[in-house]
Design a protein around this ligand. Sequence first.
Ligand SMILES: NC(=O)c1ccc[n+]([C@@H]2O[C@H](COP(=O)([O-])OP(=O)(O)OC[C@H]3O[C@@H](n4cnc5c(N)ncnc54)[C@H](OP(=O)(O)O)[C@@H]3O)[C@@H](O)[C@H]2O)c1
Length: 288
Amino acid sequence: MPTAKILLQLDPDPQISTFDSVVAVDSGVDQLFRHGAVSASQVRDLVYGLIFTRSPAELKNSAIFIGGSDVTKAESLLKAAVGSFFGPMRVSILFDPNGANTTAAAAVIAAGRHLELAGAETLVLAGTGPVGQRAARLLARQGARVRIASRKLDKATAVCDALQEDVGEGTFVPYAVSDDASLTTALDGAAVVIAAGAANVQLASQQTLSQASDLKVMIDLNAAPPVGIEGVDPMDKAKERDGRICYGAIGVGGTKMKIHKQALVRIFERNDLVLNAEEAYEIGLGLE
Ligand SMILES: NC(=O)c1ccc[n+]([C@@H]2O[C@H](COP(=O)([O-])OP(=O)(O)OC[C@H]3O[C@@H](n4cnc5c(N)ncnc54)[C@H](OP(=O)(O)O)[C@@H]3O)[C@@H](O)[C@H]2O)c1
């Protein structure tokens, strides 16, 4: 009898993500062990239950998914899980809290379909949230110059500093964007804009965007009306509007889902993977 594929789903939220569970089942997981309200101190024993029940050779059939809406808490679970492994006693992990990694990867892949990212001027609106920060990180790793906009300059500056330290290369420039004038300044010379703002918040008006003469690609990750970029439809997928290529949240979401599912396949191919934003991006590129 083939060894069942077991996925340990760790979620810091009390209400475990149904979305993540459904994608796991649809990606071929045989048994899903779902744990909610998980704290970092509980992770080691949960992981031990997974790694001490099968031989090292069989451990590629066991894996961990770490999700949930709170990315900071999820990061503490990831650290605890990786810290519980030793020698061959380990399993692969997919880390995608809030869909942040797969969504950011899909957005950057979408942009890269239409222009060379290396050397490109890019702007991430509301780039301080988990999705925006990861999109910024991936853009920088491709050699893009990355502007990060926030309503507050000190918040954008803190994110830029943290990303600079993390990536160690590239350029991050903070912008305060709170009205049309500051948005115009942030857009000046930008070829790509990714709007990563919270749901139901419009970040950029059509009127202001129409004056951004260097803009070639607009990607909006907010599907809930009002959307982040006025005039971009959530369903847009490489749709040309007024000479710009547009993607809406659902247009990006198709690629996001493919990456998520493929990543769930990959973590059952070997027992030593940790799939974070960069790995999600590589998986997505391979699916193009
Ligand atoms: N398509 C998909 O598959 C998919 C998957 C996951 C997420 N998403 C979407 O991606 C977007 C980003 O997700 P996230 O979790 O990173 O977002 P988030 O943390 O909720 O918000 C991102 C940023 O939006 C800004 N913001 C919040 N409230 C605002 C307001 N009232 N007015 C103006 N700006 C505001 C904040 O930036 P400042 O305080 O710095 O201004 C915040 O850091 C969301 O729209 C989410 O729904 C899409």
